[in-house]
Design a protein around this ligand. Sequence first.
Ligand code: FAD
Length: 546
Amino acid sequence: MAQRKLVIVGGVAGGASAAARARRLSEDAEIILFERGPDVSFANCGLPYYIGGEIAERDALLVATPERLRSRYNLDVRVNTEVLQIDRAARLVRVRDRVADRKYREAYDNVILATGAAPIRPPLDGIDHPRIYSLRNLSDMDRIQAATSGDARRAIVVGGGFIGLEMAENLRRRGLHVDLVEMLDHVMPPLDREMATPVHDALTRNGVSLHLGKAVTSFADDAGRVAAVLKNGERLTADIVLLAIGVRPETTLARDAGLALNERGGIRVNTRMQTSDPDIYAVGDAVVVKDYVTGDDALIPLAGPANRQGRIAADNLFGLESHYRGTLGTSIVRVFDQVVGMTGVSEQVLRRNGRAYQKVYVHPLNHAEYFPGAERMMIKLLFTQGDGGLLGAQVVGNEGVDKRIDVFATAIQGGLTVYDLEAAELAYAPQFGSAKDPVNLAGFVAANTLRGGVRNAQPDDLGDSLLLDVRTPDEHRAGAIAGSILMPLDDLRDRYRELPTDRPVVTYCQVGQRGYNAARFLMQRGYDVRNLVGGFATYRAVHAYN
Ligand code: FAD
């Protein structure tokens, strides 16, 4: 049998994974990896940390060099070579060697497109100012590094998504003043707003000037520096602008070849990662995936899915049946001393889709309180009203956020419910967790809600209830919900008769637990009572920027 010839377009996350897997499955296949840039298989995710100095060696970002891919995997790696066209009728690609400025053709039996996504550059006045940068690859990184060296003092980051936040932190590490401009009312658009409150606090605490709910309408030159003009007329001036308002699938090649795309330009693929042409596969940021929870089409640019899809495409090409199950959007980001993880669907998406759901908040410690260094995290869990099926989770804190978000992600993929979270057996020693892990705790509160053990009040739905603060007088003095009355939990049994019986009551404490005890007590004394889920900590997060 003639050896199969596989052409891979794009040599980073999805493309390099597909190439290595293909070689492991077929020693005889001819595998050509075309990459437009000078580098393959580099760590995009590490780029901001080189700029900030946390990753000291540039070479550490080169996960595999072209030479390594050639020697270890016998791949024909052609960097600085752009694929210009796929001629499906003739089964060949037309390419251009950008260094030699030479065009040539290469025949194929199969193609894997791993062309990724490009930073969005909106057609605003002044967008071509030379001091406006975006970050996708090592060359971008080098340019930003050079532009922020010397006497650069100020930067404007436009966009509060992952890359914008990571860059804000790292530009601060380089000693620049940073203005962060975000069009929405909170950073990290996939996150629900109240969960972004600790991130806003961390940014402000660390000297980032936050401009929320403000859009940039144009850029202008300001004596060689760059000015960003905001919709409200405000004008910010800086030495560089980092544009990080999102990415767009890079699919001109696929479109020109007549492959099926969705309305946002993503390449349509089946679960085997095959495009509308069965000989052409596509993976990574360029493809449309199914949202794991909603089943809707989605573009979710993340490294994990790109790598796994590369592997799946290669499996299917070389005889191993393999299917992509959809993307949950499990992700994590560190913003100074805060870590934010999320998985599954958010409340804002559930609302938009008109889907019924329940939610709870808990604020557990990351590990046993008696072991030094325990810190609180905030967990939001979304689940179905009927059977408690998990829909999504968001966790903000510091240490231990990564572990909990991964448990929630695995639970969603396993089709588990809040009752399973109650029962989950997780590793415990005092440095790492608690005998009732934060994951268990979220399960307890959610399952209690479904079983009717307690009725929850949400922070944005207190009605005209009597608000009963069951914390200590010191806690009450340090900050309380306006109009609430104080009756510490330990006094409640002696004093509860002071409470009116003809008015619904909402109990609250700092994080929800004492409030729950109070609610259980008052329920049994005949009161119409709800507990503020997540307590004052959640209330504050919800109302922080109102
Ligand atoms: P890419 O890795 O972008 O590779 C596509 C390659 O195709 C590019 O190198 C491009 O030059 C090449 N190409 C395109 N067209 C052609 C053509 N016609 N001919 C030849 N070559 C072509 N994800 C996470 O999950 N976690 C993170 O922490 C994270 N951090 C990130 C930080 C930054 C700064 C960036 C930019 C991305 C980050 N991501 C992160 C996203 C992650 O890097 C991407 O989801 C992933 O790289 C997508 O892989 P891909 O193979 O689809 O595309």
